[in-house]
Design a protein around this ligand. Structure first.
Ligand SMILES: Cc1cc2nc3c(=O)[nH]c(=O)nc-3n(C[C@H](O)[C@H](O)[C@H](O)COP(=O)(O)OP(=O)(O)OC[C@H]3O[C@@H](n4cnc5c(N)ncnc54)[C@H](O)[C@@H]3O)c2cc1C
Length: 476
């Protein structure tokens, strides 16, 4: 049932069929959060859109009535980017889920924003092509959400993150204008709107179509797993591999706690006595893979690996990767609650940062498991806690802030791929100066002058920045 007296809901029902407008406290409840459920809010109404024309109409309605508009794809985001606004409309693009065309000669696919990431690779497999960026959530997350978060994944070290794998897109502004960005040629004149939209977290417009670059499937992939006696040795091996001139297709690291959790969860065959392991994919032409193996194995040995194994066959490789991809739910079994954060540091500082995380965790009496995209320096510390303990959430928040701000201190950033959303809005004040934040706000105002698109997320106000900096100062 719709609350008929709400004029916004009534106006929405004139744009969309009634069964695609959801209103009423109970009915909108399934949409109240993304995959970071500590941030919840029920929207005034949910609009399930099926076409660009419908997106245009909803955007115009929001502009006319001055109502916030929050876009949502699959809702797998980890920074509360798709958390609705209480007075606003949640525009859900997941019903726009058609692959419009695949062009094997141009090696591109044109898709609607609600298409699930993995579906693109499945559809392109017949042409021996795949879509390279592979977030661990790829069975569920949408390509529109990937663009908005500039998503990464296990294989992005070699193949690039979303922005390097999208050649064009269509964007609906809050005025209902349709903009196209990018094209078939590698470079376009004018400002790079295509890059600007990547990572804009639904704050500049609604992505209604994406043209992605497809990559030829490698003819061979070999996997290595190396055990290390210390986290520092494993971290240093990561830099040594890249310094030796090899860019693995994947270069992931797990520490002892993550290994223990994963072994208990799905028995991938990881070494329980290792302080850390590296999981490495090498792919390409057979000669290229053999040459890379000949470089990487001795580098691992020289870096102090106690054991280096090659996956015997595709089944073993799949099992080793299954462990890595199950690490989050596995850690969830070791602790009543967990919170995964996301920061990036220069690769050669990984060891320093992991040691600092241990020190910070001890300060707050918390345990942290680490499983992450080591090749990219993209850390995912998973803080384990019991939310029923009185000050647990407070300690977790302080620990997360300390870790992210340490990432900045060593030359890194507060997010590698999960975005800022609401979660890291405070740390934007540490990462950027007032002058830089003012420029971000100027860009937003150029496309969204009334700040109706995803308000309160990604870019803090200058007042918010000043308040947070004072608070941290008083924390000492
Ligand atoms: C278990 C798990 C593992 C994960 N692993 C990874 C990983 O390896 N790498 C990684 O990068 N991320 C990962 N994520 C995070 C998440 O899956 C990604 O951020 C993903 O890109 C979000 O896509 P979505 O469709 O779910 O977007 P949503 O969560 O629905 O939205 C995310 C943001 O995008 C905006 N948005 C959504 N659709 C549109 C649109 N059409 N136009 C404009 N803005 C839009 C929203 O407003 C919001 O700000 C993981 C999440 C989970 C739960």
């Amino acid at each position: 049932m719709h609350s008929k007296r709400d004029p916004i809901v009534e106006a929405l029902c004139r744009i969309l069929p009634g069964d695609r407008v959801i209103s009423g406290c109970e009915r909108v409840a399934p949409f109240e959060c993304d995959a970071l459920p500590v941030y919840r809010e029920r929207p005034r109404a949910v609009a399930l859109v099926r076409s660009e024309a419908e997106v245009v109409a909803v955007a115009r309605l929001c502009r006319e009535w001055q109502v916030p508009l929050v876009s949502r794809g699959a809702g797998t985001g980890l920074s509360a980017g798709a958390r609705p606004d209480a007075g606003g409309i949640l525009l859900v693009t997941s019903p726009m889920d058609r692959i419009l065309s695949i062009d094997p000669d141009a090696m591109t696919a044109r898709v609607q924003p609600g298409v699930v990431n993995l579906q693109i690779s499945r559809a392109a497999a017949a042409q021996n092509l795949f879509y390279a960026p592979d977030p661990s959530s790829q069975i569920a997350c949408s390509i529109g959400g990937n663009v908005a978060e500039n998503a990464g994944g296990v294989h992005c070290l070699k193949y690039g993150v979303t922005v390097q794998n999208v050649t064009g897109l269509r964007l609906v502004t809050i005025d209902g204008e349709v903009l196209t960005a990018g094209g078939d040629c590698p470079a376009q004149p004018g400002y790079d709107l295509l890059a600007l939209v990547h990572g804009s977290e639904g704050g500049l417009g609604i992505v209604t179509e994406v043209t992605v670059r497809l990559t030829p499937q490698p003819s061979r992939t070999r996997m290595l797993m190396a055990d290390f006696p210390t986290v520092r040795a494993a971290a240093d091996a990561v830099s040594a591999i890249v310094r030796a001139g090899v860019i693995p297709a994947a270069l992931e690291m797990m520490d002892a706690l993550a290994i223990e959790a994963t072994e208990k969860f799905c028995h991938p065959g990881y070494a329980l006595d290792a302080a850390a392991i590296l999981l490495i994919d090498l792919d390409g032409q057979p000669q290229e893979v053999a040459a890379d193996m000949a470089v990487v194995e001795p580098v691992l040995a020289r870096s102090g690996a106690t054991r280096v194994q090659r996956a015997a066959d595709a089944a073993q490789r799949e099992l080793w990767w299954k462990g890595r991809k199950s690490a989050f739910p596995a850690v969830g079994r070791l602790s009543p609650d967990y919170y995964c954060i996301d920061g990036t540091v220069p690769r050669h500082r990984i060891g320093d940062v992991l040691e600092a995380i241990d020190r910070f965790a001890a300060r707050y009496q918390l345990r942290v498991a680490n499983v992450f995209h080591a090749g990219d320096g993209n850390l995912h510390p998973i803080i384990m806690f019991n939310g029923r303990e009185v000050d647990a959430v407070d300690r977790v928040e302080h620990l997360a802030a300390d870790i992210l701000e340490y990432c900045i201190e060593v030359g890194g950033t507060i997010t590698g791929e999960h975005g800022v959303g609401l979660e890291k809005i405070d740390q934007m004040a540490v990462q950027f100066s007032d002058a830089e934040i003012a420029q971000f706000l100027a860009v937003k105002d150029a496309l969204d002058p009334d700040r109706l698109l995803n308000p309160g997320k990604l870019i803090p106000t200058l007042a918010h920045c000043q308040e947070y900096r004072m608070l941290r100062k008083s924390d000492g």
